[in-house]
Design a protein around this ligand. Structure first.
Ligand code: COA
Length: 358
């Protein structure tokens, strides 16, 4: 056994919550401190911690309700995932339940966490045809009207990719990526709203002109305009820290008319080439489950490696004038919209329409 497993003790709380945050297990409407306190008061539940040579590596909250066993907060420190520790902490939790005579255990997976299903299947858990219903007995803290949530994935690369500098693709049109001076608010809105419209980019959309102008002229921000035969086709934005060692690819995307033309690979590689300068030690980016479904794979193919996930709360897109689910037309057909599809798929939870996941 690589893990030394024991129940949580006083003094563990901060490191446990740090692991939960790094593994993307905390949500704004659940206070993890209260969750720990409540579990510690229970006679039927326990938080088990797994330690390896580097300290706390895995957690599980396990308990039973007098009938079935349940698991929550199953997590492995991001730098130690996929080395068997998830299986090991789950096996400790299963033993905990078996020792108490529990014959069956179950768990719930958030709809935004699509990757984890395969993990539980490898451990012998099957999907069951049940409908989960829930009711809150007290209002969820921090869950306010006008907000929605998304799963954000952070990726980084710690060395310049070992390849030739990116060269424009041969698509019969001239493709260029050129630096741009701090853009005007109007032109930036054209790019940001155009690129991000389908992907619910909302944070800068809702800023007024003065606030946006201030953000655009912040030190360390760099802008690059992608053009195809002279027409704006996309943009990327880099944010270099003071000593130039750390660079965020803060925005990156194509305008809708230029998706699918074979420019994307050149564009991401060229953006990465621009990010890497002699002083650079790390380039990072984040994507979320509202982005283009291929965004994560594209970043990984370009050399980024995921290192953390988190739930982020953002303003409800309806408040920012984002495209809304269309009203049924005169023939009674409701137009399909990306926004509506995402709400239906449980990927975008709107306060008042979907109750928050527990
Ligand atoms: C889910 C999690 C606990 C798994 O722990 P882990 O240490 O990465 O997984 P392990 O290395 O123990 O994997 C056990 C098995 O599952 C498989 N597996 C793990 N993640 C997988 C994935 N995303 N897709 C397919 N298989 C996967 C492994 O290949 C391994 O199979 P094997 O033992 O038969 O070879 C960990 O990735 C994590 O903390 N994720 C973030 C938090 C989270 O999503 N928790 C679950 C909430 S419901």
């Amino acid at each position: 056994m690589a893990l030394d497993v024991r129940p949580i003790a006083d003094g563990d709380t901060d490191s446990v919550i740090a692991l939960w945050k790094a593994a993307g297990l905390t949500v704004p409407h659940n206070d993890p401190y209260e969750d720990i306190r409540f579990c510690q008061r229970s006679h039927n539940a326990e938080i088990l911690l797994g330690f390896d040579a580097n300290g706390l590596a895995a957690t599980v909250m396990v308990g039973h309700d007098g009938h079935r066993g349940w698991y929550y907060y199953v997590g492995v420190a991001p730098d130690r995932q996929t080395s068997g520790l998830g299986r090991e902490i789950m096996s400790a939790a299963e033993e905990w339940l078996k020792e108490r005579g529990v014959g069956k255990a179950q768990l719930m997976i958030r709809p935004t966490n699509t990757r984890v299903k395969a993990f539980y299947e490898r451990l012998g858990y099957d999907e069951e045809d049940r409908l989960v219903m829930a009711k809150r007995f007290r209002p969820a803290p921090d869950w306010q009207a006008g907000q929605t949530e998304t799963m954000v994935i952070h990726l980084e690369m710690l060395a310049r990719p070992d390849r030739e500098p990116a060269r424009p693709p041969k698509i019969g049109k001239r493709v260029t990526l050129e630096p741009m001076a701090t853009p005007s608010v109007r032109f930036y809105r054209f790019l940001y709203n155009g690129v991000g419209g389908d992907w619910i980019w909302v944070s800068r959309r809702i800023m007024d002109d003065t606030a946006l102008a201030a953000v655009l002229s912040r030190p360390g921000a760099e802008y690059y305009l992608l053009q195809v035969d002279g027409e704006p086709a996309g943009f990327c934005e880099l944010e270099r820290n003071e000593d130039g060692q750390d660079v965020e690819l803060s925005y990156f995307g194509l305008l809708p008319d230029f998706i699918g033309l074979g420019i994307g690979r050149y564009f991401i590689n060229a953006a990465i080439d621009l990010a890497w300068k002699p002083a650079t030690k790390r380039v990072w980016v984040h994507t979320c489950d509202l982005d283009h479904p291929r965004a994560l794979g594209n970043y990984q193919r370009a050399g980024f490696v995921p290192y953390a996930r988190e739930i982020e709360v953002l303003p409800d897109p309806r408040l920012a004038g984002m495209p809304l689910p269309a009203e049924p037309d005169e023939r009674g057909h409701a137009e399909s919209s990306l926004f509506r599809d995402r709400v239906a798929a449980g990927k975008l939870r709107l306060v008042g329409e979907n109750s928050p996941p527990s």
